[in-house]
Design a protein around this ligand. Sequence first.
Ligand SMILES: [Mg+2]
Length: 193
Amino acid sequence: MKLFKKFVWRLLIVGLIAGLVVNPVLSAGKKVLRVGFDVDDTLLFSSPAFEQGYNSGAEPYSDEFWKVVNSSDEKYSTIKKKTSQILKQYQKRGSEIFIITGRGPAGGENLKKFLNKTFAVAEKNIFFNPGDKSPLMSKLKLDIYYGDSDSDITAAQEAGAKAFRILRSPKSSYKGSYNPGKFGEKIIPDSED
Ligand SMILES: [Mg+2]
């Protein structure tokens, strides 16, 4: 009986220690991922919205231009199916979603509202960041970033995030900064449309 009690105590102690060791490992596996997405040619096929800007007579990339583009998505842009599916999967897993666009911020409230309504991403997690996205990605501590342009991939890698390449639609009017796979990043198949 005495021996049995000793055995039970030992079992309890071993169990407790194992629990203390294993639990943090399990919790670490449940880390909330911080996942970022680009907008143009990643979440949205938005060349038609840009077309509105170019046709408006506003100086390209001026505030007036961005006001037109940022207000045109609801009517003219289409949602990219594959990227949208990927985003939803992360949301189901409880990941925190961020959106970083290189567009200018003028009239940006319209784009924020549209993205919030379409993808259920909090407006406070949507950022306008013309230029290098890397410092913002670092600040937001992103684990993963999805984008179509070379600059999305290099900025993510610089910020220590894992970069994934979304393929551009062949119909996109933007042809620059596009060399899928050039930086060793994984390319998402069938992500053109
Ligand atoms: Mg883009």
